[in-house]
Design a protein around this ligand. Structure first.
Ligand code: ADP
Ligand code: GLC
Length: 485
């Protein structure tokens, strides 16, 4: 099949979260199954083109928006065999960041920026003669692709037979904007109805995408169930339920070329399940780098996260001081986002020297160090569509402590104190108490049930969440989309 991915993020070029990991890895896994995949994304000003060179490919390219034609240029690069096309358009992408300015304020023209990206992606297929069987959109940013195919391109020789698939990575971000942008987006006023794009007088990108897409999926089976309920669906459950079996959940994979302690070039020492001595070296290095007391026998709990309420880090904030005051344990925390949470976690090391270390910012190398050097990894998410870090943790023999929600529930097996089976520690209630007691449970296992720890580490490292499995599931979704079209 020929598949065109349209997305706002893709590793290694631009990333704020797991969306980039998925868009970076899934195309390559699909290519290995024999498909031809291209990725179209913005040429953000922040992309490091020295490190990731790209070449001019096409200019100018005219893109019809609803009421005007925009002229852009296209660059290209090879991402391990999957071609990526970058849309250069300075008015929209020639500024810092992806979605917001340095103060975390969303750019006000985001609907135009990503509506434009979406139409540019479709136009590019036409201009280069790429006849996609599938146009694969990701999140609200490119969700409108499904609608544009049906509204504008249904009769096009290149795009007319393409089926659309929309992957929802996070249903809380729907792209809801003022109807002032509607003319520019070119979606036709006849479609501005509550069963399509209209949402309390505004435009809802994700809803429109869901309605028009031939297949919709999200990134874990449990999150697919949760989003079909009023609490989990953030207003879109009825539209997802309308899709019937055209809405499914597929667990993300892990890019083991980047996340494997046996070959990871970023960590201080390499190790495997058979020989964990390198992990002890990583732990020591992590303790030194985060200014923690260097002690091989004190468990380290890692955090790598966007600091937003979705991740439950305000709950951890309520629990963490009680934890370090009553348990012999350390924290290594990496994150950025909400300014209040940044200030809280950023100040903890000064108040708990040697016991809590933190780095506020985005740092890929430190993320790898924390995965490798910690004993546990905590994700107390309020909701989690899939979550990648807990799957990385498993591979690094770093036992996840997670709230049983979405993909966290699907990928972590609960510890059984009778047998020592399981791969992590799960709790259900979204509360500081539940976090406190579950961390206590993990820490007591560390000190008192060493054989169980060893058994769990071995079980965790043996888990296989490779992309190949997910790619095969996407193959089926593509077939279903073609049949449904
Ligand atoms: P989400 O996409 O909701 O943020 P995921 O668990 O799917 O959650 O993916 C998060 C990805 O972003 C992981 O690859 C993680 O390592 C990375 N990440 C998050 N915050 C940081 C940070 N501050 N520094 C480096 N990497 C980070
Ligand atoms: C979103 C979700 C996260 C998921 C990622 C990739 O950012 O919050 O749970 O792993 O997308 O699908």
């Amino acid at each position: 099949m020929k598949i065109a991915f349209l997305a706002a993020e893709c590793v290694p070029y631009a990333k704020t979260g797991g969306l980039a990991d998925v868009v970076g890895a899934l195309p390559q896994a699909l290519q290995r199954l024999g498909h031809e995949v291209i990725v179209v994304m913005p040429k953000y000003a922040d992309i490091n083109t020295t490190r990731y060179p790209m070449r001019p490919f096409l200019a100018p390219m005219g893109v019809w928006m609803g009421n005007t034609e925009e002229w852009c240029a296209v660059y290209t690069a090879d991402n391990n065999g999957a071609p990526v096309y970058f849309i250069e358009f300075d008015r929209y992408f020639g500024r810092p960041g992806l979605y917001h300015d340095a103060n975390f304020n969303d750019y006000l023209d985001n609907p135009r920026r990503f509506g434009f990206l979406t139409r540019a992606g479709l136009q590019l297929c036409k201009d280069i003669g790429f006849k996609p069987d599938i146009v694969h959109a990701h999140d609200w940013h490119t969700a409108l692709a499904a609608a544009y195919l049906k509204i504008w391109h249904w009769n096009d020789p290149l795009l007319g037979r393409a089926a659309s698939v929309l992957t929802i990575h996070n249903i809380a971000y729907q792209g809801v904007y003022s109807a002032d942008h509607y003319d520019y987006l070119g979606l036709q006023w006849g479609n501005f109805t509550s069963d399509k794009f209209e949402d309390h007088g505004r435009i809802n990108f994700l809803k429109g995408g869901i309605v028009y897409a031939d297949m919709v999926n999200t990134v874990s089976p449990t999150y697919a169930k949760e989003t079909r309920t009023p609490e989990g669906g953030y207003g879109l459950a009825p539209y997802l339920n309308n899709k019937g079996d055209r809405y499914v959940g597929i667990l993300n994979g892990v890019d083991y070329t980047r996340w494997d302690p046996a070959s990871d070039p970023l960590i201080p020492a390499r190790y495997s399940a058979a020989d964990l001595s390198g992990k002890a070296i990583c732990k020591r290095a992590l303790q030194e780098r985060f200014l923690l007391d260097v002690a091989p026998d004190i468990p380290v709990i890692g955090v790598v996260s966007r600091l937003v309420s979705q991740k439950g880090l305000d709950l951890l904030a309520q629990a963490i001081e009680g934890i370090v005051n009553t348990m012999r344990v350390q924290f290594a925390i990496l994150g950025s986002g909400d300014k209040g949470l940044e200030a809280f976690y950023g100040n903890l090391p000064a108040r708990y020297p040697g016991r809590i270390g933190s780095y506020i910012g985005y740092n890929d190398e430190l993320a790898h160090w924390i995965e490798a050097g910690s004993d546990f990894f905590i994700m107390p998410s309020i909701y989690e569509p899939c979550g990648l870090n807990q799957m990385y943790s498993l591979k690094y023999g770093t036992l996840p402590i997670v709230r049983a929600t979405g993909g966290l529930d699907d990928s972590v097996q609960q510890y059984d104190e009778a047998s020592g089976a399981g791969t992590g520690f799960k709790f259900y209630e979204p509360s500081a108490h539940a976090i406190y007691y579950t961390v206590g449970w993990a820490v007591s296992t560390y000190y008192d049930r060493k054989l169980h720890m060893h058994k769990m580490i071995q079980a965790a490292m043996a888990q296989d969440f490779s992309w190949e499995r997910s790619a095969r599931a996407y193959e089926q979704v593509y077939e279903q989309a073609l049949a449904a079209r």
